[in-house]
Design a protein around this ligand. Structure first.
Ligand code: DPP
Ligand code: ZN
Length: 875
């Protein structure tokens, strides 16, 4: 497989002004007639015309109406090259494809009872020969012909222009999308689908018809997504001034889907799990995620579709920006503090690991072998942080001015991250040239903080310094421009006035943003009447690792008093990490274990706080995950971490049992399920209390858990109960699992949860169970959601069993990857991520993991997807 380099970018030689596609749809053999109106790009010069194409049966080619001879073109398994073309021409290519044999789920494929497409990034070339790159934008008109009984609904992008019947039982439709778009945004869906409709009136008064298409058995599951869609449309008008631009907006739910969802113009296609929900079948987390994914895909209509990417190295142009937009949407509609905590938690546990490992790459990468491997947490989540920092630097209003200019200047174009930054600079008259290193340099910078208080002169000095470790291909890093939000707290926990040396007035506000641009800088605060505790990196103002040696007492102080809710939570997390790592140390030294009374008293105070949002209480009482703890150690000791966390959890449970009990009972009054911030907060705290009560190892609490499962009206509480039950060996566990399955076996979304909870069980026979479940009727290795629920959860979220000392977890993963690679390379490559941090474990485990990686690498016919990752891991 070969490497593609950003440095080799060249403009396309031929452009496509119009693409007329005709589909004769059939499950096993679909005929595609593509008529392209092409011309020489004025920025290029004439030469051979290269079209991408993979897994296609070529039937015929006509150039300006004349059939081409085999000597006029060269065909390979990746392209069709026509040696000579005029400057302006019409090309007609007929191909045949086989949707029911497409297990990779790229291009046109068959899923359940429907046919659908996935074209991002390079799936369109599996439908027809085409310059399949995002900087070729064309106007698409799509005609679909198929048997009317088998395929009653036939959809594509844009507006429906015409439709009709033939008298042989077939029917046809024609869709026209007036907005020029790259091929990756093309979509087609056909099937016997139920449609739920609604309406939205845009800010300029246009009526848009909203439609969600689902399998008929899911017709009761569309309400939440429709509400979310209307919320998104309204929010994008209010916050970014962006209005929708077609008469219809459609969403289709599909059971077999590699990603979460796809923003095809006017026709979003969703993984069913990311759109369908009822209180009985989906948890609060599902409702929350669905709201944000519906928003994300909708927001792409501007950040991605109207203004798209020049090439795939610019992927974060649309993804980073759009994630940042969906995160602010969720923060506005729900609890901003909880949203920030969850975003940062995800970033630290996933992206920091990626940035510290063998696949580390910049937000704008400069090379790839397989672009599908770059739909990463770095492109998405770190990319979102980078855009968020820009907003922090230019302020809310300045950011809006910048995005207005960006959308205005580049509407209908395929552009770069440089163009994005330039628009913000031009609108605000600022220089972001140093800041742009965030796009170019990989790795997580470390931000070190030192403080000094001079009581005589009442001066407080904050010394900030930065360092970024080397990453593959980047040994030396230049200094970043890091926005550091700080506040100073007095001994009462009140924010103190801030005035820097050289400033004539006191800063107006509790938090101010300092810009660190050198490797080390001092910030001198004057008129500081007592020694403060500095609250640094408030709201997590930059994606860095904070090195700030606060004592446990100072952390406890911030945990109790910081007015920045993110930093308040984070101080608690740091305190927990300190305590847990001490316990790990005691385990390694075989010392007697003890729980920190300081942490216990802090947790007690939080649990008793009646003013604090219950959702925040739940977050503050949640111990850092085993994976995140592992990332804090030089050599990750999986078993000791597990033991330490279990020990701490039990100690907290026993000490605070009365309070957990009271809170649980007070939150238990039965109330019909509603998805709103208050009720969600109450359920999250209630379930957290239950998990601690069960951790106290009091058998009565198991009964309480079973009772919750019995009386509840919603999946949030039912699943929380089941999750706790799967860690309890015995007949009650088996009964609970069986009953759950019997009740829900008709529902794929729920069955995936049933698979997941079993995959993350702490009980010793978990791997055997997982293997057995792979032969269960509920599991198919061809379904990505099944694979992620069972294999993915086991390998990523069950560290003690995945990292079993005998290597059984690693061998299991390798075996599954080799099997999956033959079916679906994207899913196979994703699963490999579980071995990303393999060099951070002890020598024995490293050896075993390496052996599994080598076993995979030895396979002769690996996909480019798996090949790229496995060779980078072993490099
Ligand atoms: N469907 C993916 C997303 O929306 C890729 N564009 O992020
Ligand atoms: Zn996206």
């Amino acid at each position: 497989p070969k490497m593609t380099l950003l440095a080799n970018y060249q403009v396309p030689r031929y452009l496509v002004d119009e693409a007329l596609l005709h589909f004769d749809l059939d499950k096993s053999k679909t005929r595609v007639i593509s008529t392209l109106k092409m011309r020489l790009n004025p920025e290029s010069s004439a030469g051979e015309c290269v079209l991408d194409g993979e897994s296609l049966d070529l039937v015929s080619i006509k150039l300006n109406g004349k059939e081409l001879e085999e000597t006029d073109y060269q065909l390979s398994d990746k392209s069709l090259v026509i040696s000579e073309v005029p400057d302006k021409f019409e090309l007609e290519v007929i191909t045949e494809i086989h949707p029911d044999q497409n297990t990779a789920l790229e291009g046109l494929y068959h899923s359940g009872r429907l046919l659908c497409t996935q074209c991002e990034a390079q799936g369109f070339r599996r439908i027809t020969y085409y310059p399949d790159r995002p900087d070729v934008m064309s106007i698409f008109t799509v005609t679909i012909v198929a048997d009317a009984k088998a395929w009653p609904v036939m959809l594509s992008n844009g507006n429906l222009e015409e439709q009709g019947q033939f008298n042989d039982g077939r029917h046809w439709v024609r869709w026209h999308d007036p907005h020029p778009k790259p091929s990756y945004l093309f979509a087609l869906v056909a099937g016997d689908l139920y449609c739920q409709q609604d309406q939205f009136t845009t800010m300029s008064g246009r009526e848009v018809s909203l439609r969600i298409y689902v399998d008929p058995e899911n017709k009761h599951k569309c309400d939440h997504a429709l509400v979310s869609l209307k919320q998104s449309m309204k929010w994008d008008e209010a916050v970014y001034g962006r209005e929708y631009d077609l008469d219809v907006f459609m969403i289709v739910a599909v059971n077999d889907f590699n990603m979460g969802a796809m923003e095809n113009k006017g026709l979003n296609i969703f993984n069913a799990a990311c759109v369908l929900a009822t209180p009985e079948t989906a948890t609060d987390d599902d409702f929350y995620t669905i709201q944000s994914i519906v928003a994300h895909e909708y927001f792409h209509n501007w950040s991605g579709n109207r203004v798209t990417c020049r090439d795939w190295f610019q992927l974060s142009l649309k993804e980073g920006f759009t994630v940042m937009r969906d995160q602010s949407f969720s923060a506005d509609l729900n609890s901003a503090a909880v949203q920030r905590i969850d975003d940062v938690n995800g970033l630290r546990s996933m992206q920091f690991a990626e940035d510290a490992g063998p696949m580390a790459h910049p937000v704008r990468p400069d090379s790839y072998i397989e672009i599908s491997n770059f739909y990463t947490v770095t492109i998405y989540e770190k990319g979102a942080e980078v855009v968020r920092m820009i907003k922090t630097l230019v302020g809310e209003e300045g950011f809006r001015k910048g995005t207005d200019l960006y959308f205005d200047r580049h509407d209908g174009q395929a552009v770069t991250t440089d163009d994005f930054v330039k628009a913000i600079e031009d609108a605000n008259n600022v220089d972001l040239s140093q800041f742009k290193l965030w796009y170019e340099q990989a790795g997580t910078p470390e931000l070190s903080v030192k403080t000094h208080y001079d009581p005589i002169n009442q001066r407080f000095t904050l010394t900030l310094s930065q360092f970024c470790p080397a990453t593959p291909g980047q040994d030396n890093k230049a200094d970043f421009h890091i926005p550091v939000a700080v506040g100073l707290l007095d001994s009462q926990g009140k924010n103190m006035p801030m005035q820097l040396q050289g400033e004539s007035t006191v800063y107006d506000g509790d938090t101010r943003v300092l810009s660190l641009t050198d490797s080390q800088q001092q910030f001198e605060f004057i008129h500081v009447s007592e020694e403060p505790v500095a609250s640094v990196l408030r709201g997590f103002s930059a994606p860095v690792k904070l090195k700030y040696d606060l004592s446990n007492t100072q952390l406890a102080f911030l945990m109790a008093h910081d007015t920045d809710s993110f930093n308040r939570w984070d101080a608690g997390q740091q305190l927990m990490i300190n305590v847990l790592l001490d316990i790990v140390d005691d385990i390694q030294k075989q010392n007697k274990l003890a729980m920190s009374p300081l942490l216990l008293s802090q947790l007690e105070a939080i649990l008793q706080d009646k003013q604090l949002d219950p959702a925040l209480i739940a977050k503050m009482l949640t111990l850092p995950s085993e994976n995140y703890l592992a990332a804090q150690m030089q050599v990750a000791d999986v078993d000791a971490i597990h033991q330490a966390r279990e020990f701490a959890k039990q100690q907290i449970a026993i000490s605070l049992k009365r309070l957990f009990n009271e809170r649980y009972e007070s939150l238990s009054q039965t109330k019909k399920y509603q998805f709103n911030a208050d009720d969600m907060a109450a359920r999250s705290l209630k379930n957290l209390c239950l998990s601690y009560l069960v951790a106290s190892h009091d058998p009565l609490q198991i009964q309480r858990c079973l009772r919750q499962m019995k009386v509840t009206d919603n999946m949030t509480e039912l699943l929380a109960g089941l999750r706790l039950m799967v860690d309890q060996a015995g007949p009650e566990r088996e009964h609970a699992l069986r009953a759950f399955y019997e009740q829900w076996k008709h529902d794929r979304q729920v069955v995936d949860k049933w698979l997941s909870v079993q995959a993350v069980s702490k009980l010793p026979d978990t791997l055997l169970r997982v293997k057995a479940l792979m032969t269960h009727e509920a599991f198919s290795i061809k379904n990505p959601n099944n694979v992620r629920a069972l294999i993915g959860q086991f390998c990523r979220n069950n560290p003690v069993h995945f990292h079993a000392k005998d290597g059984s977890g690693y061998r299991f993963l390798a075996e599954q990857i080799l099997k999956l690679d033959k079916l679906n390379p994207q899913v196979a490559a994703r699963m490999l991520g579980a071995l990303n941090s393999w060099r951070r474990y002890d020598a024995d485990r490293q050896k075993l993991m390496k052996a599994s990686l080598e076993h995979i690498a030895a396979e002769k016919e690996l996909s480019a997807d798996v090949y790229e990752i496995v060779t980078k891991y072993l490099a």
